[in-house]
Ligand binder design. Structure first.
Ligand code: PGA
Length: 249
């Protein structure tokens, strides 16, 4: 039985003052919850702030991206060991906003995935299709390709140290979440594809749903058998909404 997981993705939001209130609010709200693991992924400049507030709590923290390289001349990049230095244990890899806006490809996402593993970080690997791709019936082809980009390069065992996320692009930031059955169908597809290589890893894989998760829809999505938690964007910027999603699992 997989342990459930709720991840907050703050994206490019926050400042020292608002973060302190938000972090303290979330800590207070999940302090007595034991049904899942909780993680917050913050912008780089606030990782140290997260470390000072979240250490000794049941909320872990991580980053939203990382460089695939260590110790090279790469202006503006942040290496895996720098994340470890800031106490991170997780890092998001291959989020659709980076795939689209920063031209992340299967190759570059896979390199970052591997760099995270090598540094001892748990990659939170995002996959998902666009609206056009869904309407053309390409969902399984796209998600399968993204999943294979990891399994082919690093073997199925790499997945036992990662978190997978199904995050359809048309549901991110839109208030149009996938229905529980739409999400379940893709989660089941992902699990079955892993099972073709290793049934044990497939059974234990933690596959999160992301895209317009909200206190109003979380319970129904989390009730699906192959959904093991969520990646929460906007609602992770409001302590009450985030805690209420955590209570829905
Ligand atoms: P959203 O974002 O919950 O605001 O749709 C989710 C994400 O992009 O991780």
């Amino acid at each position: 039985m997989q342990r459930k997981l709720i991840v907050g993705n703050w994206k490019m939001n926050g400042n020292f003052v608002s973060n302190q209130l938000l972090l303290q609010g979330i800590v207070a709200g999940v302090r007595d919850l034991h049904q899942a693991d909780y993680v917050l992924c913050l912008p780089y400049p606030y990782l140290h702030q997260a470390q000072s507030i979240l250490q000794q709590t049941n909320v872990a923290w991580g980053a939203q991206n990382l460089s695939a390289n260590e110790d090279v001349a790469l202006t503006g990049s942040v290496s895996p060991s720098m994340l470890v230095d800031n106490g991170c244990t997780y890092v998001i890899v291959g989020h659709s906003e980076r795939r689209i806006l920063s031209h992340e490809t299967d190759d570059t996402a896979a390199a970052r995935f591997n760099a995270a593993l090598k540094a001892g970080l748990t990659p939170i690997f995002c996959m998902g299709e666009s609206k056009d791709e869904r309407e053309s019936d390409w969902t399984e082809y796209i998600v399968g390709r993204q999943l294979d980009s990891i399994m082919r390069r690093f073997g199925v065992h790499a997945l036992s140290h990662a978190i997978l996320v199904y995050e359809p692009l048309w549901a991110v930031g839109t208030d149009m979440p996938a229905t529980p059955s739409q999400a379940q169908e893709v989660h089941q597809f992902i699990r079955k594809r892993i099972a073709r290589c290793d049934e044990h890893i497939a059974k234990n894989a933690r596959i999160l749903y992301g895209g317009s998760l909200h206190p109003n829809n979380a319970r129904d999505l989390f009730a699906m058998p192959d959904i093991n938690g969520g990646l929460v964007g906007r609602c992770s910027l409001d302590a009450q909404a985030f805690v209420s999603i955590c209570l829905s699992i």
